[in-house]
Design a protein around this ligand. Sequence first.
Ligand code: HEC
Ligand code: HEC
Length: 369
Amino acid sequence: MSTDRNKIPDELIKVIKTLLNLIVLLVFALLLLPVLFYNSDSINKFFFAAPPSEKTTSADPAVVSAGAVPVSLYWKAADLNEINDAKKLEQISYGKDLIAHTAKYLGPNGSVLHISNGMNCQNCHLDAGTKVFGNNYGSVASMYPIFRARSGVVEDINKRVNDCVERSLNGKALDTAGNEMQAIKAYIEYVGSNVEKGKKAAGSGFKDLAFMDRACDTEKGSAVYKTKCMSCHQANGEGLLTAGASEFTYPPLWGKHSYNDGAGLYRITNFAKYVKYNMPFGVTHDNVQLSDEEAWDVAAFVNSQMHPHKNTPKDWPDISKKPVDHPFGPYADKFSEHQHKYGPYKPIAAEQKKREETAKQKETASAKK
Ligand code: HEC
Ligand code: HEC
């Protein structure tokens, strides 16, 4: 008897339930939006309120300022386990091994060639170039080929890798058509294949470090070295090569087996950023041990010690583009080589900024004529 009247509310309830479900889904989707679009700068700033980081002046694409990005949002290398093609996997794995254990293949006792100083790429590109702010390769596949002011030309990945071979490994360039370069390139391209073309991966390259007001102090740096570095990198700075081993247990920081004076790490800003967020070995960018001053001073100390010399007459064809800490003149300003190398950097950076602004104004003025 109750039949007809009861049927209608039953259906109504169903409809209302479906509607409620839909609303819940919609709210969820809206909440998820910012997470999905975390790459977008504005949303990032809005939700994660990145503090304005004091930018150091650098002409290098590898230097990215990331602000306060939640850990889960930093770039993670594409997973080698997801490669199905056996041949491709073999080549990319070889590339990874060449980066992690370069000396085994290309060092003074290398099994393939003898073209480098015995260091591994991984000594400076931690975890085979995948560690957050450990000078990783996150932005290489997405950003190269790219114009670099150091060479004044557009560089592809081969050229950039050989730059590190000739400077950081103080060696002889690899044949770009050879198996080794092809494997290294395939690996670097693969790990960064999950980054959109033209975009930089969060946490790639180095994390910024604010300039000090004073110059870096090599004596203070020497004290930092003794207490915080020497136990591994040794009193003479030449690292530790275990007898019979093909690679360094602790790589050299100076001396004849170290990077040469044309290398990126020979610039004190690069060294300080690397060390602040990665040394003593084991620290991470969000759990550091060195103060900013310790990082700057120890960088100055290490780079005041002997490094092999490389002639680089073609570097910085436009001298006005030299980074503030480039240790060799001539410069577009009146600051000494000593101040460029050791700082204080702030006055140099300020003048560089002014110069760039004047140049821009001139450009727009002449465009109007
Ligand atoms: C516990 C041992 C240990 C301590 C202490 C340590 N390092 Fe290292 N360091 C290493 C190891 C190991 C590597 C190479 C990492 C790799 O290949 O994965 C390295 C790499 C480096 C590199 C890059 C490669 C090179 O040789 O140029 C620099 C620069 C460096 N360390 C500087 C420092 C400085 C400066 C300190 C002191 C503040 C320091 N390290 C303290 C173990 C250490
Ligand atoms: C002594 C330290 C050191 C070693 C060893 C080293 N590199 Fe580098 N590499 C750097 C520094 C520092 C930079 C970035 C600064 C610069 O551009 O000057 C860099 C940059 C790069 C870049 C460009 C990254 C970017 O985001 O633009 C690539 C690619 C690269 N290295 C590959 C290699 C390979 C491959 C090896 C081994 C064959 C190697 N590096 C060995 C220090 C090193």
